[in-house]
Design a protein around this ligand. Structure first.
Ligand code: IMP
Length: 206
C-alpha cells in the first residue's frame, strides 16, 4: 500500500512472520510501528510445519527463518520463545512448548511446571524471545528478556502458554490478567520486536 501525505511519502512494508501461532501474530500486530504490516503463514497459504530441532532458542529462531526464506525465496522473520526457571536450572527453556510431552496443551505444561516447583521457594523465571530477520541470505537477531516470578496457582484467562502463571517484574498481575496493551508494557516479545523495528529504521528499510 502506498500512502502520500503532503510532502511525506510512506510505503507500507509487508513482512512475512514465520508463525502459525495466532496468539503471537495478534501480539506482534498490536506492537507494529507505522509503515509495517505482517502476514502469518496461514495467510500466505503455507501449511507445512517449520523445523525446530535446535537446542537453543537462538538456533530454533534462526532455523525457522532460514528454512522459510529458502523455501519461499523471500525475506521473512521468525521468533522463538522460552521460559527459563531458575529453580529448574533454566528449564523448560527451549522445550517450553513440549515440556509435558510432544502433544502437550498449554494447561498440561503449566500443570507440570507447578508440580516441579512444588515446595521450592525460589520462583524466579524469565521469558526470552529471539527474533531472527532473514533477508537476502543474511540473518540478524534481536533478543527480549523479561524477568519475573512463577505464581503458585493459575490466575487470569487472557493470553496463551504460561501467561496464567507468570508475573513480570514491576507488576502484581500475571500476563493472563492483562490486556494486550498492558502485557506490551512488560513483554519479552515487545522488547525483541522493538530491537527489530529500530534495525529496520536504521537501515532505511522502513
Ligand atoms: P515457541 O516459540 O512457539 O516454540 O513457544 C514455546 C512455548 O512457550 C509456547 O508453546 C508457549 O507455551 C510458550 N510461550 C511463548 N511465548 C509466550 C508468551 O508470551 N506467554 C506465555 N507463554 C509463551
Amino acid at each position: 500500500m502506498e500512502c502520500i501525505t503532503g510532502r511525506t511519502k510512506t510505503t507500507e512494508m509487508n513482512l512475512i512472520f514465520a508463525t502459525s501461532n495466532e496468539h503471537k501474530l495478534s501480539e506482534v500486530r498490536s506492537m507494529l510501528p507505522e509503515g509495517i504490516a505482517i502476514s502469518g503463514l496461514k495467510e500466505i497459504g503455507f501449511t507445512e510445519e517449520l523445523p525446530e530441532t535446535q537446542n537453543t532458542i537462538e538456533g530454533n529462531s534462526l532455523q525457522k527463518a532460514e528454512y522459510l526464506s529458502n523455501t519461499l525465496n523471500t525475506d521473512c522473520f521468525a521468533e522463538d520463545t522460552g521460559l527459563e526457571v531458575d529453580a529448574l536450572n533454566g528449564e523448560p527453556g527451549v522445550y517450553s512448548a513440549r515440556y509435558a510431552g510432544e502433544h502437550a496443551t498449554f494447561n498440561d505444561n503449566i500443570n507440570k511446571l507447578l508440580k516441579e516447583l512444588e515446595g521450592k521457594n525460589n520462583r524466579k523465571a524469565r521469558f526470552k524471545t529471539v527474533i531472527t530477520y532473514y533477508s537476502q541470505g543474511k540473518s540478524v537477531q534481536f533478543t527480549g528478556i523479561t524477568n519475573g516470578v512463577i505464581t503458585p496457582n493459575k490466575r487470569g484467562d487472557k493470553g496463551f502458554g504460561y501467561d496464567p502463571v507468570f508475573i513480570p517484574e514491576g507488576s502484581d498481575k500475571t500476563y493472563a490478567e492483562m490486556t494486550l496493551e498492558e502485557k506490551n508494557l512488560y513483554s519479552h516479545r515487545k522488547k525483541s520486536f522493538e530491537g527489530f523495528a529500530n534495525y529496520l529504521r536504521k537501515n532505511a528499510v522502513l
